[in-house]
Structure formats: C-alpha cells, structure tokens
Design a protein around this ligand. Structure first.
Ligand code: NAP
Length: 472
C-alpha cells in the first residue's frame, strides 16, 4: 500500500511519502531506546506536565487537526473535532490518575513472611503500536497517553493512508516536552513490522486493526516472546426486546451503525429484534437510516461522509450484493453511487441467512443487518453466534433481563440501553477473535508495565523466603 494522503471525498492523491529505509528505522529504534532510559527516570509529576501540555496543544489546534483527519480518511469534520477533544480528555485523565494507577500496592507482609512486600508497576521499554486509520488520532492516543505516563516509549506504525496525522502525533509529543525519540512515527508499510518487532530493543506491540493483521503480529511476537495487545474487528449485536423504548432504540441504533461513516470496530452491526416489536422497530430504524444526509464531510449538515478507500467501499457493496443475490431484502440503501468520492448510502438488509457473508463477516460501512428472533434465548444465540466478541448492546426496560444480558452476552463490553463507546475510565477490549488485552483505565496502562513483586526480609535471623515457602 502506498504511504499517501488521498482525499476519500474526491479520490485525489494529495501527498505521497517514501517509506523509511532500514537505517532510518534502526536509528528511530535506537532513539526510542535511549529516550526510554531517560523517561523511566523522570517523575510521574514531570510526565504528567508533558501530557497536560499535549492536551493543551490538542485543544488549541483542534480545528486544523480535525480538518487533516477529515481530508485523510473522510470522517465528518464535526466527528473529527470531537475526536480531538476526546484525546485531550484522555491525556488529562492519565496525567491526573497515573499517580494512583502506578502507586506501589502493599501486600500482607506477614502472610508472605516479609518485613515488607509490595507490587511495583514499572515501564518495560519501547512499544510498537500498529494502528488503523478509522480513528487516526484516538486509536493512537489511547495507547500513547498511558504508555508515556507509565514511562514507556512509543514507535508508531500508522495506517499507510493517514501519514500526515501520524507525523502530527510525533510532533505533538515533541512539542509537549517529551524527550526526543520518546514517541516516533515510522513511515513504513506493514512489511516492515517483522523487522521492527524482532528488534530486541522493542519490548512489546499493540495492534488495533483487522484479524489477519492480528494473526500476523501475534505470530511474530510469539516467536520473539513479546507481549501483545490485540484490538481487532467486531460485529457487535444490538438486541431490542419488547420492553424497550423503540423510538430511542431506533435513534441510537442509527448513530451506533453510522458513526464514523459506519467504520468503527464497536459500531453496532447486527440488529437482533424480538418478533413482537420487529416490524415497528424495522420501520422506525429504516426511516431514520434513509433520512441521514450523505455528502461532503466538511459540511456541517452531513451525517455520513465517504468511506476511507475505494477498496473498502467495494468490499461493503460486495457483502450487500452477496446477501441480496441469495434472497435478502433491502429496506433502504444498497445502491453504489456513481460520481467522485467513495460514498455509500446507509443501508438496512433483512432476511439474512448463515450462508450469506453478512451473517458472519464484519461489515465496515453504514450497513445494518436486521435479524428477527422469537425469545431471549434465541437473541443470545444469534448475538453470540459469531467469531467476534468486542462490544454488545441490549435494549430492555426489564431489570431482570438487563442483568441476564450483562452475564450472557459474550463480549468485552455490554451496554444496556445505550450505545457502545469508550471512556478513559473504563477498560476496552474484546474476547474471541476480537483480540485480547485491554486498553484504557488502569488495566490498559498496566498491560505494558512489569508488575514486579518486591519482597524485603528482615535480613537477619532464620526468617526468610525459605521458611515455609513453596518454590517453583
Ligand atoms: P488493517 O488492514 O489490519 O490495518 C491496521 C494496521 O495494521 C495498519 O497500520 C496496517 O498497515 C497494519 N497491517 C495490515 N496488515 C498487516 C500485517 N499483515 N502485518 C502487520 N501490520 C499489518 O485494518 P484496517 O482495515 O485499517 O482497519 C479496520 C479494522 O480494524 C477492522 O477490522 C476494525 O474492526 C478494526 N478495528 C478494531 C478496533 C478495536 O479497538 N478493536 C478499533 C478500530 C478498528 P497498512 O495501512 O500499511 O496496511
């Protein structure tokens, strides 16, 4: 894939970049390693000042950064501005909460026959971050903010279609005051990932992206015995039960499917509706989807901009066509527009069956699959009947049912009467083929920490670790 900015609203190539040479990659890794030695010896308070400075820069530069993202990947300008603000919030969250998250945790010294015992969280070194284009600032920030606060350094291999946003991020952390090399952008293709992750100075990797990319990185990391966090695809269920407020559910369903032009890992993608309310919900939902305004992402009135690439649009349309050819019913949308830009209309498809691609594959565009179910148990069966397990949504005003969904939905998160989203305060991640590990909250920060046991004995007499202890 060329490293280039191509405007999805026009198809015009605006800027291209040469991939970095092996020598340049090695030099960046060396700088990241040196910066790590510096950063781990700084205080948490110092790192918090730098991260707060990054938040201030993000706020000050919100509009131009948002314009850059819209130009590179097509999200609406309004959504891009909100993304910048969310990044600033996450920086401030980690600057404020890292002292608590990284504090030593005392253990029961008597139980482990110590004078003192505690757990210490220490950084591990340079971490490779392989990132996708769909939230080009946020996906990186939710790794970078906790990683830098913990004292790690970051090497970013961003998606090849967002090079300018990638370079902005490197510049942002430098201007915020972090040491030279603490956060570096490597303008490289995915073929360079093996070389980078195999380098002994690179200690771990995090990937947000597709399942094939996850498999590839996990294989390299397995060979090298390095920790990985994988945030992969999803085909989130959105279950609607008879007690739900159908108007609110249909409204939120529309946003949940079409946010970010339908290109979100945690977008609701499969709408599983109880037969008692199926027809009413389908009508309300399809009407709202059809009413969304598709157009220039820079226009204030636009709800849905273009998809990020021509290949992405072709794939989405092929999935819809495959379903229609096998008997599925289109309630709205489903036609590929002609003309410039990679637009696709909000689409609702029903009468789906397991042999259709849409049943089991992730659809990365504004296309909803609508499923009719006859009971709670059937809803759970369809919701969990996927290889993915990232987010999940259930709409019900029955308190007992709410508790059951929370337990029974097989996913990294469950949102009841709301839309899946991410907050710095809450862990984020998936199960099954959606990946493993967690981002955000204290859990995300500690993924790239050495959770070190510290045991201090009396240093005299007979007492000590040997007395009554098991050894492995
Ligand atoms: P992608 O093709 O996997 O690309 C993501 C990143 O991985 C890019 O930087 C890409 O580089 C790189 N990459 C691709 N193949 C690779 C390989 N074999 N080895 C090493 N690196 C590789 O995914 P995408 O199409 O850009 O993004 C959409 C996918 O990401 C969807 O499945 C979506 O659900 C998922 N996603 C997940 C989350 C989450 O939090 N779980 C969040 C957002 C998106 P190039 O650009 O150079 O190819």
């Amino acid at each position: 894939m060329p490293i280039a900015t191509t405007n999805p609203a026009t198809g015009q190539v605006l800027k291209t970049y040469e991939a970095m040479s092996d020598e340049q990659i090695d030099a960046a890794i060396e700088r990241a390693d040196l910066a790590f030695r510096q950063l781990r010896d700084t205080t948490i308070a110092q790192r918090a000042r730098w991260l707060t400075a990054a938040a201030d820069l993000l706020d000050a530069e919100r509009d131009e950064t948002a314009r850059l993202m819209t130009t590179e990947m097509g999200k609406t300008y309004a959504a891009a501005k909100a993304e910048v603000t969310k990044c600033a919030t996450a920086c401030r969250f980690y600057a404020g909460n890292a002292p608590r998250m990284l504090a030593d945790e005392p253990a029961d010294a008597a139980a482990v026959k110590a004078k003192r015992a505690y757990v210490r969280y220490q950084p591990i070194g340079p971490v490779l971050a392989v990132m996708p284009w769909n939230f080009p600032l946020w996906q990186v920030m939710r790794f970078a903010a906790p990683a830098l606060m913990a004292g790690n350094t970051g090497l970013l291999k961003h998606a090849s279609n967002v090079p300018q946003t990638a370079l902005y991020l490197e510049d942002l952390f430098r201007r915020a005051g972090f040491p030279e090399g603490a956060f570096a952008t490597l303008l490289v293709g995915s073929d360079a990932v093996d070389r980078i992750l195999s380098d002994p100075r690179v200690r771990a990797a995090t990937l947000t992206g597709s399942e094939p990319a996850g498999r590839s990185i996990a294989q390299i990391a397995g060979r090298e015995i390095k920790k990985t966090v994988l945030e992969l695809g999803g085909s989130d269920p959105f279950v609607v039960m008879p007690s739900a407020d159908l108007d609110t559910a249909a409204e939120v369903a529309t946003t949940a499917r079409c946010q970010n032009n339908g290109q979100s890992c945690i977008a609701a993608k499969r709408f599983i509706v109880h037969t008692d309310v199926f027809d009413a919900f389908a009508e309300k939902f399809a009407a709202r989807m059809a009413a969304l305004r598709v157009g220039d992402p820079m226009d204030d009135g636009t709800d849905v901009g273009p998809l990020a690439s021509e290949r992405g649009r072709d794939e989405v349309h092929a999935q819809v066509t495959d379903a229609v050819d096998q008997g599925a019913t289109v309630l709205c949308g489903g036609e590929k527009p002609s003309g410039d830009g990679w637009y696709y209309p909000p689409t609702v498809v029903t009468d789906l069956r397991p042999e259709m691609r849409m049943w089991s594959e992730e659809v990365f565009g504004p296309v909803a699959g609508l499923y009719r179910v006859g009971s709670y148990d059937e809803a759970i069966e369809v919701a969990n009947g996927t290889s993915f397990g990232l987010g999940s949504n259930a709409w019900t005003n029955d308190p007992a049912e709410q508790e059951r969904f929370a337990v029974d939905l097989d996913a990294g998160n469950v949102f009841i009467n709301g839309m899946t989203t991410s907050y710095p305060e809450l862990p984020f991640g998936g199960v099954k083929n959606s990946g493993y590990g967690r981002e955000l909250s204290a859990a995300g920060m500690r993924e790239f920490c050495n959770t070190k046991t510290v045991w201090i004995g009396e240093g005299e007499g007979e007492a000590g670790a040997g007395a009554g202890a098991h050894s492995e």
